[in-house]
Design a protein around this ligand. Structure first.
Ligand code: NAP
Length: 394
């Protein structure tokens, strides 16, 4: 015999009414096939802990939920830090997803998905969503390295796209919430006509910074690692709207100061963005005007930031950290929508290009998908991949 409160349901309804109110439509597995994902049970070295898993259990929507099918999900550096357990925001456990191992974390933080089914609920945002819409994740650590999943309608944001002939691509939408919006947050507010400096200019964030800056009439002086294919990288970044591009060896050469003074032509240069750390960040700080601002948002070289005291005492350099997750969660839902609209309208108008990218199509059973991911991780470990890698389920 069930206890009385369970028999009655929350509002004193009969069990039959409780069940019909909670479940909506057919079993989604019948329409979409088993749920599949790249998961990890424990945190640790991604190559060791990540594996492919499937789930065949029935899934029904509840009012206010949406079923979404992922189109593309990027592999961002922070996703791997999350798997390692070194990233400040923690992944969300998915109870019982792995039919053999039980509760697991699904990798990935952002991605673009298509709405497949909506279970209407007047109290939530389901009215805003319809089948066929593209959505991105409003919530951090959503677990996006999966073929499909159910989410609360309030956890996703509709991608504004023209109904016909939209220029908003899957790659753009899949990468805008992290790289695109980080760039918008960094560059917004910089005086038009001035110059900004950045290292890691060929990264996802770097390419977005160049394009946001161009759209806001801010010029960019960009630095990338020395490499054999420098001229290809230079050509690509110029096509995005970069003003100047140099290898780090040039930035670290003391003689560069003179050349730099000539190319900025006296315009204000008060902001530098550091996604790499180490000597190149110090060198950018030293090039800034009096009372400049060095914003660190990443540390890909794993080298610490070293700032000579003279730069702070005599040149008034201020060092800041920028974490998009914190900025984003401080914004109202209306402002979040405004930021997304701003980026997507540039894209619709042909004023924003996709980042350099490569799509990895995940094929075969769970074991094959795990092997594919390990190959991808080996490439990323070697470095100089030159493209944002995005996952797509076959
Ligand atoms: N704070 C925030 O809110 C925020 C938001 C987004 C991203 N991030 C951080 O920003 C950084 C870049 O992210 P992303 O998504 O743009 O990355 P990405 O597209 O994967 O690009 C990685 C960049 O790092 C460079 N790199 C890799 N290993 C390096 C090394 N050992 N030394 C020097 N450079 C190295 C790469 O240059 P090569 O081509 O020369 O390898 C490339 O420019 C990451 O640290 C990420 O966590 C922070």
């Amino acid at each position: 015999m069930l206890p009385q409160p369970l028999l009655r349901g929350k509002r004193g309804l009969s069990p039959f009414i409780v069940v019909t109110k909670r479940l909506y439509g057919t079993n989604l597995v019948d329409i979409l096939g088993p749920r599949r994902a790249l998961v990890h049970k424990n945190t640790g070295e991604p190559r060791t802990v990540l594996y492919g898993a499937s789930n065949t259990q029935q899934v029904h929507l509840r009012p206010g939920e949406v079923a979404i099918k992922f189109l593309l999900s990027p592999i961002n550096p922070a996703n791997l830090n999350t798997v390692e357990g070194t990233y400040p925001s923690k992944p969300i456990l998915v109870p019982g997803f792995d039919e053999k191992n039980g509760d697991v974390f699904i990798g990935g933080n952002e991605g673009v998905a298509e709405v497949v089914k909506v279970a209407p609920n007047e109290q939530t945002d389901t009215a805003m969503l319809k089948e066929g819409d593209w959505v991105v994740m409003r919530k951090a650590q959503s677990g996006t390295w999966t073929n499909w999943r159910v989410m609360n309608a309030s956890e996703v944001l509709r991608v504004p796209r023209k109904p016909v002939g939209s220029k908003v691509t899957e790659v753009f939408a899949a990468t805008m919430m992290v790289n695109g919006l980080t760039a918008l947050g960094l560059v917004s507010g910089i005086e038009p006509g001035s110059h900004l400096l950045q290292n890691g200019a060929n990264s996802g964030v770097g390419q977005a910074v160049i394009q946001v800056a161009k759209n806001l009439n801010v010029k960019t002086i960009n630095f990338v690692r020395d490499r054999e294919d420098f001229s290809d990288v230079e050509k690509h970044l110029k096509e995005l709207g970069a003003t100047h591009i140099f290898p780090y060896s040039k930035l670290l050469d003391r003689a560069f100061k003179k050349e730099f003074a000539a190319l900025r032509k006296g315009s204000p240069t008060k902001h530098a963005f550091n996604g790499i750390g180490g000597a190149t960040a110090t060198a950018m700080g030293a090039l800034l005007d009096q009372d400049g601002h060095l914003f660190s948002y990443g540390g890909m070289s794993k080298e610490p930031l070293k700032i000579p005291v003279g730069l702070q005492i005599f040149r008034g350099l201020t060092c800041h950290g920028y974490w998009h997750s914190r900025v984003w969660s401080s914004l109202s839902q209306d402002t979040q929508a405004e930021w997304v609209n701003r980026l997507t309208s540039w894209k619709e108008n042909g004023e924003f290009q996709d980042p350099k990218h490569e799509i990895i199509t995940l094929k075969g059973d769970d074991s094959a998908v795990g092997d594919q991911m390990r190959e991808v991780l080996d490439r990323l470990q070697k470095g100089m991949v030159g493209s944002k890698l995005l996952l797509k389920w076959e």
